[in-house]
Ligand binder design. Sequence first.
Ligand code: SF4
Ligand code: SF4
Length: 321
Amino acid sequence: MLQTAKKTIQIEIKRQDPEINNGESYNQIYDVEVEDWFTVLDALIKIREEIDGTLSLRCACRASICGSCAMRVNGQAKLVCKTKLSVVEKNNKILVEPVGNMPVISDLVADFKPFWDKFNAVEPYLKPEGEVPEGEYLAPNDDMVHLVGVMNCIMCGACVSDCTVLEVKDNFLGPAALAKSYRFIADPRDGSQFERLQNLEKDGGIWDCTRCMQCVEVCPKDVDPMERIMSLRSKSIENKIDKNYGARHAKSFTDLIKNNGILNEVLLILRTKGLFNIIELAKLLPIAISAQLAGKRPPFFSHSSKNKNQIKKIFKKLEDK
Ligand code: SF4
Ligand code: SF4
């Protein structure tokens, strides 16, 4: 019979119950005897079944398919059914918390309403145009193979939990909803690409992402939400949906590097905000004064790079592609 090693792990769990402690969260530590093949979920289920039946957690398939068991382990979102305890424990201890950026219902169970509201806001269904075909809507194989990467999303919410923008900006659509939006915008059978992109241009849309890569890091299905958001930005600019600050910043940045081989940060701000946009420019005055006082103000007139012609050639190659 196969022998497995056992040891005791301290599992600290962030708990919260609206009926206990005035709804305030508190941490509780459990000493749990585990086997070396245990996942974090195995240990949590053992606590609930053998030590403390009041612990709330959500799980279903236990095979990283259903997306129910996303939680924060040692500060980072993970599917706990896919996370081996031996990989995450440090000195025989781990900390488990509910996912972030969503309200807690009880202990490790979060309320996914904000997640689904944003998901629904991007109209996550095909909106084909033209005549309805007699049979199926057919799409080129290569396009669908490309989309499989996004369709792998199991809607676990791990990316939303750890998105750094959602921590400070509630109305950001977030990585999961934007990746889902990409799934339809990039689908050749969908006829609403332009309208969909126009909606994503607004406050809370694609230009609010700071490219921190947290969503890429924590996604258990390699959906790569950030890359989808960057593709949506490119598609937006290609479609001339580019009058917002985000698109203007991206275009000015590219143009300045392309023409001078070096970034002129003063010109970048002026072109992004608009030379005569006095109100917006005035808002930046405190930053400009702080930078001046700290000796960090970028020069008004920057020189061109001596290698600018080589940089132009790189741009040409990319554009020819
Ligand atoms: S890359 Fe963008 S969407 Fe992803 S976690 Fe960071 S801010 Fe959020
Ligand atoms: S994109 Fe990844 S992390 Fe985000 S909900 Fe989908 S599967 Fe989960």
